[in-house]
Design a protein around this ligand. Structure first.
Ligand code: KG4
Ligand code: ZN
Length: 344
């Protein structure tokens, strides 16, 4: 079974074909970061317009890469939410039109479900059940994942998402957009203990996060410090911020493992690219004897492969068509249910 996956929920156009037997047959990504950099963040209307320009040629390229004709697919999956409404509508409309035109089943995929299933695209995929930590530009949450569509929300950010805190820190320090990679690059030359930044909500029970105070702490350090063109100062502040973020995320993830009694942890979403986070989580998981899985860095950030895979899993499990699934800007993960089998 082969599924075409289409991702257009934010500022990346991602297209892929996933095959239940052979795995990923092709995938391509077009990033809009060059378009939004001048504005310091994603401009929704510009994002929608660029998806419109890119989505059909990118689909044709992926089918050509995979050596497939349009009649060699068995299903089409597109991100239905959560995300930017105009951007979502581009991929969803193409996906529905493609599926309708070819008489194929159509799946409207939940973007966060796709993120947390992404490690299954790698060798040695994690078995269910596991704890998932999802840290992206729009969301930060911990969930207990019992199976496909069976998600119990354990905690989430009460304000900024982890990636958003990286992006805002970069903006405060004049490092540009997207902020996560820029902060990580600057941090590589800095001292992670130079500034004593807060590890919010780690001192009290519970699995929620709050990152807005960390950004304010960075702002105070910047105001009290030398000119932000001082590279050593910026490197130290970035390294200290990154360390505080990584330790905060690990503290809650370790607590989620303890509270659920599970021994497998999956980290997904754009912040999962962060090398310091990967190192810190690897040593923490080794100490606990827990199994740790990440998608490859390209599949931590938004991509079409995770959409094709998530749609494919739902089709394989007997999930039906989602023709009446419209684009949704907000869509809580725990509203999802396991696929309903179509009665024989
Ligand atoms: O999952 P994603 O591609 O998009 C959303 O669904 O939001 O995540 C994007 C986020 C951005 O906030 C970006 O700054 C962050 O992931 N990010 C990173 C790194 N690479 C991307 N954060 C920290 N370190 C990185 N290396
Ligand atoms: Zn995402």
């Amino acid at each position: 079974m082969r599924v075409l996956g289409i991702e257009t929920s934010c500022d990346e156009t991602g297209i892929a074909v996933w095959d239940a037997g052979a795995g990923l047959l092709g995938h391509r990504l077009h990033s809009q970061s060059g378009i939004h950099a001048a504005y310091g963040g994603v401009v929704p209307e510009l994002a929608s317009r660029d998806h419109i320009r890119r989505v059909v040629p990118l689909t044709e390229q992926v089918l050509a890469d995979a050596g497939l004709g349009i009649d060699e697919l068995d299903g089409v999956a597109a991100t239905a939410g959560p995300g930017l409404m105009g951007a979502l509508l581009v991929g969803l409309s193409l996906g529905k039109a493609f599926a309708f035109g070819r008489g194929l089943p159509f799946l409207g995929v939940h973007h966060l479900e796709a993120h947390l299933l992404a490690p299954a695209l790698e060798d040695n995929p994690p078995d269910f059940p596991f704890v998932a930590l999802l840290v992206s530009g729009g969301h930060t949450l911990l969930a207990e994942v019992r199976g496909l569509g069976s998600y119990r929300l354990l905690g989430q950010s009460l304000d900024d998402a982890g990636g958003e805190a990286f992006d805002k820190t970069a903006k405060l320090l004049g490092l540009g957009y997207p902020g996560g990679p820029a902060v990580a690059r600057a941090a590589a030359n800095g001292n992670p203990s130079a500034f004593d930044l807060p590890r919010p909500m780690t001192g009290k029970p519970g699995l929620d996060f709050s990152f807005s105070g960390m950004k304010t702490a960075v702002l105070h350090c910047r105001k009290a410090g030398p000119d932000p063109s001082d590279e050593g100062f910026v490197a130290d502040l970035c390294a200290s911020f990154q360390q505080a973020m990584v330790e905060t995320l690990w503290s809650k993830a370790a607590r989620a493992l303890a509270e659920t009694g599970l021994e497998r942890l999956v980290v997904a979403g754009g912040v999962g690219v962060n090398a310091r986070l990967r190192e810190h989580f690897a040593s923490g998981a080794a100490e606990l004897g827990a199994e740790l899985s990440f998608p490859r860095p390209d599949f931590c950030t938004d991509n079409g492969a995770m959409i094709a895979y998530a749609g494919g899993q739902r089709l394989l499990a007997g999930g039906g068509d989602s023709w009446d699934r419209t684009a949704v800007a907000r869509w809580p993960l725990d509203e999802l249910a396991p696929p309903e089998c179509i009665p024989a």
